[in-house]
Design a binder for this molecule. Structure first.
Ligand SMILES: Nc1ncnc2c1ncn2[C@@H]1O[C@H](COP(=O)(O)OP(=O)(O)OP(=O)(O)O)[C@@H](O)[C@H]1O
Ligand SMILES: [Mg+2]
Length: 217
């Protein structure tokens, strides 16, 4: 199963949701989880140094002479049951290998969570997000973000709402506008921001995140 997390507007909380979802799923019994970082912030959000060496972006740019199984050699162990496929330095994914990437990820025994970042038309990240088994739009209950989401080049299968107190828009509005269910509501919680800033998300995932993301995938 491949779960893509993406946004239509930057700074929505996509990386925090993708990383936390991967941690929540990795705690379940089973073959484990592979977190694929197409956006570049996952190592920092996990409190890891940026992995040295090539990442999935370089793999995609290398073309057909690089064997498909080279991808497995790029993986970094994060925690029991959780491996990371880092993005690596340089420009992002190259489009013509997006389909191969999705096919390889889809054939993996593990649950795959992909941080696709903010999608732009024609990008490889968009192709990966669209081909996932479950495609999750991460959004704040914000009019400007929702306008972007409606205009996004793909429709999600569900939305993760990063909620803030005092907003005029709520879950029902998001569902009505997007026409998809809100599968999780994540509170904007200072303990989440502090955990990210301190690099402690992987070792001490705040309970609010654990609870809210349980039903997301
Ligand atoms: N649930 C939350 N509660 C409090 N702060 C949060 C929450 N989710 C994310 N943040 C904070 O908001 C900021 C943006 O989060 P994040 O990097 O996950 O967003 P993003 O959508 O991935 O951004 P980008 O567009 O740059 O990739 C970070 O400082 C993060 O710590
Ligand atoms: Mg991000």
């Amino acid at each position: 199963m491949v779960v893509s997390c993406w946004s239509a507007k930057g700074g929505s909380g996509t990386t925090v949701v993708a990383v936390s979802l991967a941690l929540v799923l990795a705690a379940r019994p089973g073959p484990g989880v592979l977190l694929v970082d197409l956006a570049g912030d996952a190592p920092a959000a996990l409190g890891l140094p940026d992995p040295s060496g090539p990442g999935v972006a370089a793999w995609s740019a290398a073309g057909a002479e690089v064997p498909a199984d080279a991808l497995a050699r790029i993986e970094v162990a994060v925690a029991p049951g959780l491996d990371l496929l880092p993005r690596g330095d340089g420009p992002g994914m190259v489009g013509d290998r997006a389909e191969l990437l999705v096919a390889l990820l889809g054939a993996d025994d593990r649950t795959v969570v992909v941080d696709c970042g903010t999608l732009s038309t024609g990008s490889a990240e968009l192709a990966v997000a669209a081909a996932a088994t479950t495609s999750l739009l991460v959004t704040r209950p914000c009019y400007l973000a929702l306008r972007r989401a409606v205009a996004a080049p793909i429709r999600p299968s569900g939305a993760v709402l990063v909620n803030e107190p005092g907003r005029a828009l709520d879950r029902g509005d998001i569902e009505a506008v997007l026409g998809v269910p809100v599968v999780a509501e994540v509170a904007t919680d200072p303990s989440v921001a502090r955990a990210v800033d301190a690099g402690l998300l992987a070792s001490r995932l705040p309970r609010s995140l654990q609870r809210s993301l349980r039903g997301a995938a």
